[in-house]
Ligand binder design. Structure first.
Ligand code: SAH
Ligand code: SF4
Length: 366
C-alpha cells in the first residue's frame, strides 16, 4: 500500500525524512512533523512551518493521507454521516453524533466486512480491504476539522463501530490507537476509545496483552449457542462458550468494564427467557449491556422488537447488570448501527455536499 504521511509514527517519519534527504536527520525533526500532523492537525505539508522549506518540498512527494469528502448527510437529530474517499477510489463511512458538548465519532476499520452477520447491511459488502492506520486516524482528523471540533479532542468519544471488524485489522487498529491517544499525537483519552468485535477470540487475547489499547465491547446478540450461530455464523468458528471464557479472563484495567451489545431482533432473541440467559452468561463479569433495537434495512430478514419487549428485556437484565437502550441516531440518513453500506446512490438521499474526485497525487517510489 502506498505510504501516506498520516498514519506514520515518529520512527517511520524519521526513516522517511532520512530517505528523502539522503542524510542523517536529527530526531527532533521527526517529532516536529509528527506533532504537526496529529497535534496541530495541519491540512497539508506546506503548513508544517517548523520544517525548512526544502524539506517540506521533498515531503510533498508523499501522499498526505487525509480522506476526501465525497458526500455528507445531516440527520434531523444532528447526526452527520460522511462518505469519505480513499486514495484508491474506495470509500468508507464515518458518523458524528453530537450530544451537548460531548461528541461521539463512529469510525470504520475496514472497507466492508468479512463477517457475515445476518442482520447487518455492512456484511453485504463483503470485505474489500483493511484500512491503514492513516485511514483510521484520517476519519477523525477530517470530521473533527469539518465540525470545528479540533480544539478539544479530549472530550471526544470514539467507537470503532462503523464498517468492519476491527480485530481482523488489529495491527493497523493498534497503530492508529497509539497515535490517537498519545498526548503529543491526536490526544484523545484512552478511556474514551472503544473497539467493538463480533468475537474473534484469539485477537481478543492478543488485544488484552497490549499496553495501549481501546476498551473492549463485544457484540453478543444472542443468548445461547444455536441462536448465535443462526444470526452470527462466525459463532461456528468461535463458540459462544469460548467467547465467554475469553471475556472472563480478559485483563481489564482498573477503570475498565466490558460492554456487551445486544441487537434485539423481534421474535428471535428478545424474549424474557433470552434476557434471563444473558444475565446468566454475564453474571460474574464486570460488564454493562447496551440494547440496540434492530435498525431495519433492505433485505434484512428481521423485524424491530416491540417497545414492550425492549422494556421487558431491559428490566430483567437491569436487576443484575447496568443495562441501557441505545438511542438510534441518524435513522433518516441510514447512519444508525448496522446501516453503513454505501447505499446513498440507491437510497434517494440528498447529500449536503458532493465533492469532485480528488486530483491524482504523485506517489513515493522506494
Ligand atoms: N464489527 C464490529 C463493529 C461494527 S458493528 C461488531 O460487530 O461489533 C457495530 C454494532 O452494530 C454491533 O454491535 C452490531 O451488532 C450492531 N449492528 C449491526 N447491524 C445492526 C442493525 N441492523 N441494527 C442494529 N445494530 C446493528
Ligand atoms: Fe461485520 Fe460487525 Fe456487521 Fe457483523 S455486525 S457484519 S462483524 S460490521
Amino acid at each position: 500500500m502506498t505510504p501516506t504521511l498520516v498514519g506514520l509514527d515518529t520512527a517511520a517519519i524519521h526513516a522517511l525524512l532520512e530517505q528523502l534527504t539522503g542524510a542523517p536527520v536529527p530526531p527532533f525533526r521527526a517529532r516536529q512533523v509528527y506533532e504537526a500532523l496529529y497535534h496541530q492537525r495541519v491540512a497539508n505539508v506546506t503548513a508544517i512551518t517548523a520544517l525548512p522549506a526544502p524539506w517540506r518540498e521533498k515531503l510533498t512527494a508523499v501522499p498526505f493521507g487525509l480522506p476526501t469528502p465525497l458526500q455528507d448527510f445531516r440527520s434531523v437529530d444532528g447526526t452527520r454521516r460522511y462518505l469519505l474517499g480513499l486514495h484508491d477510489g474506495r470509500s468508507v463511512e464515518t458518523v458524528l453524533m453530537p450530544e451537548g458538548d460531548r461528541h461521539t465519532f463512529c469510525i470504520s476499520s475496514q472497507v466492508g466486512c468479512p463477517v457475515n452477520c445476518q442482520f447487518c447491511l455492512t456484511a453485504r459488502l463483503g470485505l474489500e480491504r483493511n484500512l491503514t492506520a492513516g485511514e483510521i486516524i484520517g476519519q477523525i482528523l477530517y470530521v473533527a476539522a469539518d465540525n470545528g471540533l479540533a480544539a478539544d479532542l479530549q472530550k471526544l468519544n470514539v467507537v470503532m463501530m462503523g464498517q468492519g471488524e476491527p480485530l481482523l485489522n488489529l495491527p493497523n487498529v493498534l497503530q492508529a490507537t497509539r497515535i490517537l491517544v498519545d498526548e503529543h499525537g491526536v490526544g484523545l483519552s484512552e478511556r474514551r476509545l472503544t473497539l467493538s468485535t463480533s468475537g474473534i477470540i484469539p485477537k481478543i487475547e492478543e488485544l488484552g496483552r497490549e499496553p495501549i489499547r481501546p476498551k473492549l465491547a463485544i457484540s453478543l446478540n444472542a443468548s445461547y449457542e444455536d441462536q448465535r450461530r443462526q444470526i452470527m455464523p462466525i459463532t461456528k468458528k468461535y463458540h459462544l462458550k469460548d467467547l465467554m471464557a475469553a471475556c472472563k479472563s480478559y485483563p481489564l484495567r482498573s477503570w475498565e468494564h466490558l460492554t456487551f451489545e445486544y441487537v434485539l431482533l423481534g421474535g428471535v432473541n428478545d424474549t424474557d427467557a433470552d434476557a434471563r440467559r444473558v444475565v446468566t452468561l454475564l453474571g460474574n463479569l464486570r460488564a454493562k449491556v447496551n440494547l440496540i433495537a434492530l435498525n431495519p434495512g433492505p433485505d434484512i430478514p428481521f423485524e424491530r422488537p416491540t417497545p414492550e419487549r425492549v422494556a421487558s428485556f431491559q428490566a430483567i437484565v437491569r436487576r443484575s447488570l447496568p443495562c441501557f437502550v441505545r438511542k438510534p441516531r441518524g435513522l433518516d440518513i441510514f447512519a444508525a448501527c448496522g446501516q453503513l453500506k454505501r447505499m446513498s446512490e440507491e437510497s434517494g438521499l440528498v447529500p449536503l455536499t458532493v465533492a469532485p474526485p480528488p486530483p491524482a497525487r504523485p506517489s513515493l517510489h522506494r
